[in-house]
Design a protein around this ligand. Structure first.
Ligand SMILES: Cc1cc2nc3c(=O)[nH]c(=O)nc-3n(C[C@H](O)[C@H](O)[C@H](O)COP(=O)(O)O)c2cc1C
Length: 301
């Protein structure tokens, strides 16, 4: 079940999806964290953020719409409050970072570069870019490349750039971050969605729109992993609606070197060890010694 993401050797291809397991202390009480290839923690920003006001989560028929708004304690409290536990784990810790400006991305990258126990950065470029009028850095090639460049300049850690699906050509954006030194890409973040309360005749979420995750987005995510696999040479971490070992296998066959599980853990908090067992049996039945041997096989003609 071993795989590699840039220079990171993972004992399992299964990761947590950022924002869906906090800082993993709760998961650690439910199952052996060693079933994970790595822990990807909730997005960190330079200053603490309280997140969005009002209703922040709503269920849709096949997924979840969230507008948490990057609630987190800020990088300094994260380092003092969460890193001591995370550092004790035997698996790599990947810190997801978000900035409002390029300067914030640079400062976060530089700060985390000095912190023992941080194994890699996952750069979330789907958050608002206030300097450019509310655009997400991941929305076009130029701003995605600029965010990658500034993080690369400030950090020697392996760099995974997390792409937004709310774009017309995700493969072009993946290529632009690869050209700036990204060691891997992860995809997909949530798709913009909304819900309306018919009694109140108002949007349900305080922020009106939120990010759709879960089974509803799996076909879109799989298609994007497929397209990005054909466009770049760097490894892909695939995610979006993975709820079973079969889903995880689909992403690997489409080209993912590792996969992350998010919303499905809210439905079944021990789904990651279950997917781990299923995938292991599948690999054995396929006669492969290493799960990486299955990567991208669906592309063979
Ligand atoms: C409640 C919630 C919070 C999230 N927070 C973050 C975050 O802080 N940073 C980030 O890059 N992605 C965040 N995501 C996106 C997930 O990491 C993942 O990309 C997305 O949910 C698709 O995977 P899934 O369908 O398995 O949940 C969040 C998702 C949810 C549901």
């Amino acid at each position: 079940m071993q795989t590699k993401i840039a220079s990171l050797s993972l004992q399992s291809p299964l990761l947590t999806a950022s924002g869906t397991c906090g800082y993993s202390q709760e998961f650690g009480r439910l199952f052996d964290l060693n079933h994970l290839g790595a822990i990807v923690v909730k997005g960190i920003t330079l200053a603490p953020r309280r997140g969005n006001l009002g209703t922040r989560l709503v269920e849709s028929p096949a997924g979840l719409i969230n507008s948490i708004g990057l609630e987190n304690p800020g990088v300094e409290d994260f380092i003092s409050g969460e890193m001591p536990f995370l550092r004790q784990q035997k698996i790599p810790v990947i810190v997801n970072i978000s900035g409002n400006t390029l300067e914030e991305y640079g400062a976060l990258a530089a700060r985390l570069n000095e912190v023992a126990g941080v194994s890699a950065l996952e750069v979330n470029i789907s958050c608002p870019n206030v300097k450019q009028g509310g655009m997400a850095f991941g929305a076009n090639c130029e701003s995605a490349a600029a965010a990658t460049r500034v993080v690369r300049e400030h950090s020697t850690l392996p760099l995974i750039v997390k792409l937004s699906p709310n774009v017309t050509d995700i493969a072009a954006i993946a290529k632009s971050v690869e050209a700036e030194g990204a060691d891997a890409v992860s995809l997909i973040n949530t798709l913009l969605g909304m819900a309306i309360d018919v009694d109140k005749q108002r949007p349900v979420l305080g922020n009106i729109m939120g990010g759709l995750s879960g089974p509803a987005i799996k076909p879109v995510a799989l298609r994007m992993v497929w397209q990005v696999f054909k466009a770049v040479k760097i490894p892909i971490v695939g995610m979006g609606g993975i709820s079973s070992w079969q889903d995880a296998a689909e992403f690997i066959l489409a080209g993912a070197a590792a996969v992350a599980i998010g919303t499905a853990s809210f439905v079944n908090p021990i789904i990651i060890p279950e997917i781990h067992r299923g995938l292991k049996l599948y690999a054995e039945k396929q006669g492969v010694r290493n799960i990486a041997e299955l990567r991208g096989l669906a592309h063979q003609s």
